[in-house]
Design a protein around this ligand. Structure first.
Ligand code: PA5
Length: 420
């Protein structure tokens, strides 16, 4: 994994970037001193070094049990209790030909149509539930747990109990109470790790392991980042804050592979929820190219010039498929005949980057050599650490989310929840 800032910092004076790098170094020191805003929630910082082989083994053994008993694992969770696992699973497993236990997600919306469709899908399948909620009180997963637990008990009666896996806080919240009362198998999310920084806790690791991914490798990758990628985090945090100082207030994460769609979704939550407060913060957006070049490409090229991009490019997608030679050039594609698809994709990326930079859209370029569990762990920790630094440059608390309460209050009032 490497970062190239040439097409970004060239939009400013060298001294402007140097000044922000100084601020980023100070922000990094503040983070490390554990004396900055939100310092009660810095458990994620040394998490990769602290996870023991025993904990990994425990999660792996439970994952194997789930794989044995289930065709499908239904993961119930939202926000940080959902996106981290999904992003890793999508990036590291075959998009269509899933092997082993399938992982599906509920409790991340309140759509009756979606829930009915999942219940129907599960009718003739063996399944287990992993309900994940740090607070143990979030409405969307609580509703889903009620519905899917009932369906599970209806299908398996007494055996249902052995198919419910709870991931929540050690002590607090309704979910912990239910779990203790019913004696469900449970995992703890450390109290000093916030939801969006919790991929490397059982919150992310259990479903990721069930999907057949080597979580030891993933943790090793994160540990590598922790110990080796500090400078890269400082550079990324500096570059995006340089852009912010130039009124480039929208950062679009760009990928050229559909398997990275949920990495962007995870990153959007991480950065949006960490920085968007006190009327400040870069708005994180995302596009999947080349798909979105045919929908969002026009705006990016010629719309309001308040955008910069962070391209996450997978250098080797491990495919070898080529454009066939048909002896008949009726589709006019002979100029790329026998070329690998990943070569054509690369030229699309390069051409787009050039056009966007020329169109006044600065580009931060992050290149991933190839995707595997180790690399994915590296990516996770890199973005988490850079986010902490970036939030401190902005002088906000990157580890709280007070604004999320507003929608809940007005929704609860409409629903007649006692006390609202
Ligand atoms: O980052 C966060 O803390 C939030 O996005 C939470 O992950 C999200 O609101 C879900 O909360 P919980 O895990 O308590 O159900």
């Amino acid at each position: 994994m490497r970062i190239n800032l040439d097409d970004c910092i060239s939009f400013a004076k060298e001294s402007e970037f140097d000044n922000i790098v100084i601020k980023a170094r100070q922000a990094n020191e503040l983070l490390k001193s554990r004396k900055g805003k939100g310092s009660d929630f810095l458990g994620w910082m040394d998490l990769p070094d602290k996870i023991t082989d025993e904990e990994i083994q425990n999660i792996t053994v439970t994952a194997k049990k789930i794989q044995m008993q289930s065709d499908v694992l239904v993961v119930i969770g939202i926000g940080g209790s959902y996106l981290g696992a999904r992003a890793a699973i999508e990036a590291l497993t075959d998009t269509l030909n899933k092997k082993g236990t399938e992982v599906i997600y509920v409790g991340n919306n309140i759509s009756g149509k979606y829930v009915e469709s999942v219940l129907e899908y599960l009718k003739d399948k063996d399944y287990s539930l992993n309900v994940i909620s740090k607070s143990g009180t979030t409405t969307e997963p609580a509703i889903a747990f009620r519905i899917f637990r009932e369906a599970l008990y209806e299908k398996y009666q007494n055996e249902a109990k052995n198919r419910i896996y709870v991931t929540t806080d050690k002590k607090t919240g309704s979910l912990r109470k239910i779990s203790d009362k019913e004696n469900y198998i449970s995992f703890e999310i450390p109290s000093d790790v916030g939801g969006r920084y919790s991929v490397l806790t059982p919150c992310g690791l259990l479903p990721i392991a069930v999907a057949g991914i080597d979580i030891k490798q993933m943790v090793d990758g994160a540990r590598y980042s922790l110990n080796n990628c500090e400078e890269m985090c400082i550079q990324y945090a500096s570059a995006r804050n340089l852009m912010y100082s130039l009124n480039k207030t929208i950062e679009i994460m760009v990928n050229y592979d559909p398997s990275l769609h949920y990495l962007t979704e995870w990153w959007k939550q991480l950065y949006g929820e960490s920085e968007g407060k006190e009327n400040k913060g870069i708005f994180p957006a995302g596009v999947d190219n080349t798909t979105d070049l045919h929908s969002m490409g026009q705006y990016i090229q010629e719309g309001i010039r308040n955008i910069f991009e962070t391209v996450v490019y997978l250098k080797d997608d491990m495919s070898s498929i080529c454009i066939p030679d048909t002896n008949d050039n009726s589709d006019g594609l002979d100029y790329i005949k026998n070329k690998q698809l990943q070569y054509v994709n690369k030229m699309a990326m390069k051409g787009t980057k050039l056009a966007h930079v020329n169109g006044n859209v600065p580009v931060i370029f992050i290149e991933i050599e190839k995707m595997d569990a180790f690399t994915y762990g590296q990516i996770v920790y890199f973005f988490e650490k850079a986010c902490g630094i970036s939030g401190y440059i902005l002088d906000v608390n990157p580890f709280d989310q007070p604004g999320v309460e507003a929608y809940k209050k007005s929704m609860f009032k409409l629903l007649g929840k006692p006390g609202y």
